[in-house]
Design a protein around this ligand. Structure first.
Ligand SMILES: [Zn+2]
Length: 100
């Protein structure tokens, strides 16, 4: 009874040591062969993703001033009646006197 239990415990210890050794071997194999290339690929993808994100952000930042420039040209208003350029914040056209 106790001898069988000791045998089971010993087999369990041997198996656990064997598994530990296998885990170490697998970890070493992964770190030697697979993980470094995997991390390199991930880093390349991440870097290209970061580059794409930066390019998209730069495009948005470059398109945004264009839109605000449109807002600026919207600030330089034109009369809807005579298409005269309105200077200032007046609500009436200085050319034809129509309400803007
Ligand atoms: Zn006008």
């Amino acid at each position: 009874m106790t001898l069988g239990l000791r045998k089971i415990i010993l087999l369990g210890l041997i198996g656990s040591v064997f598994l530990m050794a296998n885990i170490v071997v697998v970890a070493n194999w992964l770190s030697d062969s697979g993980v470094s290339e995997f991390a390199q690929a991930i880093r390349n993808n991440y870097l290209t993703g970061t580059a794409v994100t930066i390019i998209i952000a730069l495009l948005i930042l470059l398109v945004g001033p264009g839109k605000s420039g449109g807002g600026i040209t919207g600030l330089i208003r034109r009369c809807p009646v005579c298409n005269h350029r309105l200077i200032g914040r007046g609500s009436y056209c200085s050319e034809c006197g129509s309400k803007v």
